[in-house]
Ligand binder design. Sequence first.
Ligand SMILES: *Cc1c(COP(=O)(O)O)cnc(C)c1O
Length: 462
Amino acid sequence: MKYISTRGKAPELSFEEAMLSGLARDGGLYVPAEIPQMSKGDIAALAGLSYEEVAFRVMRPFIGDSFTDEEFADIIARAYAGFGHGARAPLVQLAPNHFLLELFHGPTLAFKDFAMQLIGQLFQDALKRRGERVTIVGATSGDTGSAAIEAFKGLDNVDVFILFPHGRVSEVQRRQMTTPSENNVHALAVNGNFDDCQAKLKDMFNDFTFRDEVRLAGVNSINWARVLAQVVYYFSSAVSLGAPQRKVSFTVPTGNFGDIFAGYIAKRMGLPIDRLVIATNQNDILHRCLSSGAYAKDTVHASISPSMDIEVSSNFERALFDAYDRDGNAISQLMDELGQGGFNVSQGALQRLREHFDSGRASEEETLATIANARKTMGELLCPHSAVGVKVAEELRDPATPMITLATAHPAKFPDAVEKASGIRPGLPPRMADLYERPERVTRVPNDLDALETHIREKIGS
Ligand SMILES: *Cc1c(COP(=O)(O)O)cnc(C)c1O
């Protein structure tokens, strides 16, 4: 199994190499050279299996010879052992033919745990075998950082540093980053906003001396291994509702397009999916693009669903690559135009995108109203991201086809917005009820590249 870059000018890599390098050297994103296929029989055989067994069968063909069967099964077992629900990704019913896929039973209460826990264990085994050590640095507006710290804490061959904007993440998110006591995790509160954190991260990757010296590695959402981990729950949930005999649709609260792109991969592998619905908040570059063909940057407005507050959607490049018949030159050109502010998707490519994807948006008021209404009429307390999904799904779904909306975070991760909408302050699950009592450990750092690099060098003793 080989991986190629969406910009066509980077070397082909194995699964393990693509995972460890993250971004391709030509600035592109890695995708499998060919999509493995699952027959109707293969899919039917998933019925009744554990989540871990489904994960093994769905992901195995993408891994190639990077890991043996035994190693890979063991990695999967370790990745999901810490989840608070035996089904890992349980389905609940909201309305006739509308279901919610609860992806928030992992250690940090958001769907990012599905990918991050797996990638932590994959890194651990790969680095041990190679006798290498890496420094992971990530920037976060909340959920990615907590999931990364939880996944990499205490692992032998990794130091993890997470930059977050001081005073601008929710208390639960902050405490999830600052309370782990393992020596290899470092929460850094930057004097700045999320864009400053991301810019500093980018500068570190572009400082090749520093990058090589500390062996910098990235685990942001463009890492192919993260996308792959998310393909699994599309299969497990669709099979629960009768696939491959019955088609289903999915609605996905979307920011960087990683989660919904995983659904597209499931479809390309042979899972009978009817529609993949992109649900955005008021930062709706994707909805505007699907509607008009114009992919144009706009200012980001802070919302009550902050994990979807994006200016551009990094994984969308992977969907464009297929829509442009895998023409790396065409994608390079579009990304150059994006640097100048935006581009227009060609008619042919737009038509291909619309064969798979629908889109809708939810305003702040609509999101709050959906939280209140779902509590009253569906018996579910939704987080604001999941509420964006439910609102768009109710608007666009075909009543004859089962719709599965992805619930991407637990309501207790965003208690202020949920309380404002519903009058109910959601409590943390019992297994983490002492989060507010645990001691915090965090370093305040200036918004300055030299200071950050010096801090990281000192901590890892390089
Ligand atoms: C990251 C995140 C999203 C957006 O996922 P993408 O893969 O970036 O589209 C949605 N909801 C929550 C709670 C998240 O943490």
